[in-house]
Ligand binder design. Sequence first.
Ligand code: CA
Length: 569
Amino acid sequence: MTTVKAFCKTALCTAIVAAMSAAAFAATPSYPTVTQATLDNAASNNGWLMYRRDYTSNGYAPFKDINTSNVANLKEVWSYVNPINDQGYESPPIVNGDYMFVTTPKDELLAFEATSGKLLWKYTKNLSDTGLKTVCCDVVNRGVALYGDKVYMATLDNYVVALNAKTGKVVWQKQLIAPDIGYAMTLAPLTVKDKVIVGVSGGEYGARGFIEALNAKTGKEVWKTYTIPAPNQPGGNTWPKGAYKTGGGGAWLTGTYDAATNTLFWGVGNPGPWLATLRPGKNLYTDSVIAMNPATGKIKWHYQYTPNDTWDYDGVNETVMTNIDYQGKHYKALVTASRNGWFYAIDRVNGKLIYAKPFVTATSVNGIKDGQMTTDDALRPAVGKQVFTCPSFLGGKNWWPISVDPETHMAYVPAMHTCMTISGTTVAYKAGLPFLGEKFNVMADPKFPNQWGDVIAIDLNTGDQAWHFPSALPWNDGMVSTAGGLVFSGSADGYLYAFDAKTGKVLWKSPKMTSGIIGVPTTWKVDGKQYVSLWAGWGGATPIWGGDMAKDPAVKDIPRGGHLYVFSL
Ligand code: CA
């Protein structure tokens, strides 16, 4: 082998070769270690380090390189086509240093060089058919969490997998529960203080939900909190005898962490079975947000959005930390746009309601009494009783996260205008089989004919709507806002939109992508340049459960695919 010394006869040659090696070294993608301090300061990081960028879950980036005056010049920088082309792509691209991590349906994890699109490594979870059996709403995955030198994902067969972020080598994996009795995992984990925290899906199978924290280094269980209390625990008396064992309460979206009060906020899904006549009571903590101590998982307080839910109004949606001034008082708030069609501001210190206002037609949950939500008994289905009510079980908004912009002080809500017919049926629990007890059909909201979707801006200090962007198609994508005065979100027919955050005016629309969008966009900076990234890959719950909406030719004919796009100026 020729050494540099033997090869080079002159000092100049040696210097050139040395400089070339240095350039080669500099081209190695950098991966900064993610410490707790990195996560605590994620809001000011140039990357997009976690599901909603930082612990507040605002989905807001302080970048203004791309802004209202130049967004019209956005161009595709690179794109990547993944072979799985018949299932939904829901993962936000997570970026740290030069690395981008995205997940795909059926639990693949891809690492790219963020600026070039070079595939650095790929991991495929070896899912058994059993692992895919009890997944209600498409075999999706919503992305990764980072900590130390590891990247973490949760899988459909209930594993948490920790991989070396630079190499993709599995460091540990731990299965939380058997895959064939109703449980699955689709959420992005949350890493807090040496722990990886996840929650399970399974509300359509009567699986008793839980949230679990694992040691980030070893995968060992630190705590596990059931979302449905046992009879001897607080809230246990809100269930008929024995019903807690099959009470549902999935916790299938990522929570929020408040360092100031050392509190985790996590949404809890629908009770099991869907038909409420089979389980009289408030059924805590279903359709609620719970506040927990992150060190122990102990529940501090809860707020229930839909008592004794019988419409599948899962309370799992985002819990966004923001401060508001409402009717002359200042609050540290948590805000969410619930499936039940109401937009909530809750005092995040004590769990008390500040305000709740409907953002779509909402008839099942019909009011507030003494700070608690009330429901319309006439709109409760039973065996032999069919009702028509709004919104449909797919919700005024489904899981796609809202974004909160601290400058406009608005929340941006990806909404759907749907109602449903729903009636009761007989059902018996059997592990691993659907546990619903209802028949249903998603239909148009008579007040919004030919308009399945909407992007709605809500003024946080009043809860009132500031602007709308109506859409003939359901709006099934997460929202991102930026200091550039922009809101980004993708449409079901495959366009990435940039809205003026103040007015809702469309300032830019991408060329048509190869598939519809149901993921979550992210924006990040590498080497001083701002990028916007997202999956196009239609699928998820809407095509499976969408009834009349799914049958609408404009929705039915949305092309499938899995195509990752990155844009910049
Ligand atoms: Ca559900």
